[in-house]
Design a protein around this ligand. Structure first.
Ligand code: NAI
Ligand code: MN
Ligand code: ZN
Length: 339
């Protein structure tokens, strides 16, 4: 089989590897579609502190079970599955409180262990979630990015009174917008980015108001309109954003962070305690695959709004370069395997 391997930073090879055999409790997935994410590019460029090389990247993938290991029901052969990349131990403290996404021995497919940019991938059977036939392949491959939005929103119980502000209209902001608007039906979703084309995508994803903060200062626009967001999601992840978010937030607001910067954010106690602001963080997803599959089945979200390009996996280098260099035209880029 062919696998996309990052041998070391900046060195990508399409390798021929032996077809892997599933071990006990595992299944082999014949991969059909995979999505490129910022973290794949970070591993490629050597900017992911968790990555070990050589590594088959890819943690957003969909395919068909074509072999089962010991202890896995053979009836699972032929199932269409989306794979949760989060592998957890099941018994540590975070696992015991429902947060396997921060398991003390967390393993993420495509980061700590070989992932899905490959013609076949072996994964734990319980990570392979059946996708109902009514959900098309292009939706199924987008389940993982929507689980990130499910996790973010799951922290804060959004409601009909909420005025949400989303920083960043990249893939993460865009999935969050759809979920806030179409699953939780919050009152208003405001989106801020500095790229006009991405703000257009935000509007197509359901944003009620978009603001280009390169052209207009965000604080002034919100003040003029008398808007105090009650729920703020930082999907742009610059460390300076937290301070601004605390300033703009309504009393009793919630702020969700999802960035991994190692630079400090500066914040006074007064700016958060004075309004009793709650700050949440969100990493990966905690058992959100069934949640997103349900949303897809009910037609609440539309992943195709994010997909801008599709390439055969042989063109991975072109696909990654386009993804990295062209944020105006490019959002989610898919790779096809075993067409
Ligand atoms: P992206 O880079 O495609 O999108 C970020 C967007 O934010 C861009 O459109 C950019 O123009 C905009 N932006 C940057 N600085 C801004 C600012 N100061 N004000 C307004 N807009 C600004 O990235 P993607 O894939 O959407 O991911 C977003 C972030 O989420 C990344 O930092 C990534 O590391 C993080 N992430 C976190 C995850 C988690 O589980 N916690 C999972 C996936 C991504
Ligand atoms: Mn991803
Ligand atoms: Zn654990």
């Amino acid at each position: 089989m062919k696998s996309i391997v990052i041998k070391q930073p900046n060195q990508l090879e399409i390798e021929t590897r032996a077809l892997p055999q599933p071990g006990a409790g595992e299944v082999r997935v014949k991969v059909k579609l995979a999505g490129i994410c910022g973290s794949d590019s970070h591993i490629y460029r050597g900017h992911n502190p968790f990555a070990r090389y050589p590594r088959v990247i890819g943690h957003e993938f969909f395919g068909i079970i074509d072999a089962t290991g010991e202890g896995v029901a053979p009836s699972r052969l032929g199932e269409r599955v989306a794979v949760d990349p989060v592998i957890s131990c099941g018994h540590c403290y975070p696992c015991s409180v429902g947060k396997p996404n921060v398991c003390t021995s967390l393993v993420v497919l495509g980061v700590h262990r070989d992932g899905g940019f490959s013609e076949y991938a072996v994964v734990p059977a319980r990570n392979a979630w059946v996708v109902p036939d009514a959900i098309p392949d292009e939706h199924a491959v987008m389940i993982e990015p929507f689980t990130i939005a499910a996790n973010v929103t799951g922290q804060v119980n959004p409601g009909a009174q909420d005025i949400a502000l989303v920083y960043g209209a990249g893939p993460m902001g865009l999935t969050t917008i759809q979920v806030l608007k179409h699953v939780y039906q919050v009152k208003q979703v405001i989106v801020v980015d500095r790229i006009e084309e991405r703000l257009k995508m935000a509007q197509r994803s359901g944003a009620d108001l978009v603001i280009n903060n390169l052209q207009q200062p965000l604080a002034a626009v919100l003040e003029e309109k008398g808007i105090q967001p009650t729920l703020i999601v930082d999907a742009a992840c610059h460390p300076s954003i937290l301070q601004e978010a605390a300033l703009l937030a309504s009393p009793a607001a919630r702020i969700v962070l999802m960035g991994f910067s190692s630079e400090p954010s500066s914040l006074t106690q007064q700016s958060i305690t004075g309004k009793e602001i709650s700050i949440f963080t969100s990493r990966l997803n905690a058992m959100k695959f069934p949640v997103v599959i349900d949303w897809l089945s009910r037609g609440l979200i539309d992943p195709t709004k994010l997909i801008t390009h599709t390439f055969g996996y042989q063109h991975i280098t072109d696909a990654l370069e386009l993804f990295e260099k062209n944020q105006r035209q490019c959002c989610k880029v898919l790779l096809t395997f075993n067409p």
